[in-house]
Every structure is written in C-alpha cells, then in structure tokens.
Write a new protein. Structure first.
Length: 94
C-alpha cells in the first residue's frame, strides 16, 4: 500500500479480501515499495517496534496528504534497551 492506500483501506477491508490474514500479511501490504519496512518485517519479534514504524509511516503519509513540507518535520527515533535486543539492527534499517 502506498500513502493513498492508507486512507482507502482499513485493516478490516484487507481481512475481507482473504479468509485469513496475519498481522505479518497486513504489514507486508502496508510496507509497499519501502525496502526498509520490508526488511523490518522480516525480523523476528519486535512487534512494538514494527507498530511504531508503521505509525511513523502513516504520520509521514498524512503530512504529505496535507501538503506539509517534510523537511521542516523531525522524525527522530531513540533506541533503548538491553544488549542483544536488535537496537543496532533496527537503527541500520532506519
């Protein structure tokens, strides 16, 4: 899905298209052409991280739809947590 599709499709309409869709299937459709998001969804676990990144994508899409200048926005992210939890891996994707 691209930015236009975010506004035209809800998760429930995606579920109606197929008998059983997993959250992973919905993520894959929402990732669209974004290679970074496609890499992120291949990582095991990190449910909250994935949700936050898709929320960030949605915010960017809304800003584009509203005609806002994206260069004036800040989309900074801080990764915190214990060693070995994937912070560096996700940061490299971001």
């Amino acid at each position: 899905l691209d930015c236009d599709d975010v506004f035209n499709h809800s998760s429930s309409s995606l579920i109606k298209q197929k008998s059983i869709l997993t959250k992973e299937d919905i993520y894959k459709k929402k990732a669209g052409q974004s290679q970074s998001l496609q890499k992120l969804i291949t990582l095991t676990g990190l449910k909250e991280v994935k949700e936050k990144f898709f929320a960030l994508k949605d915010r960017v899409c809304v800003s584009k739809e509203q005609g806002e200048d994206l260069s004036t926005k800040q989309y900074n992210v801080m990764f915190t947590g214990n060693p070995g939890t994937g912070k560096t891996t996700v940061a490299r994707i971001y």
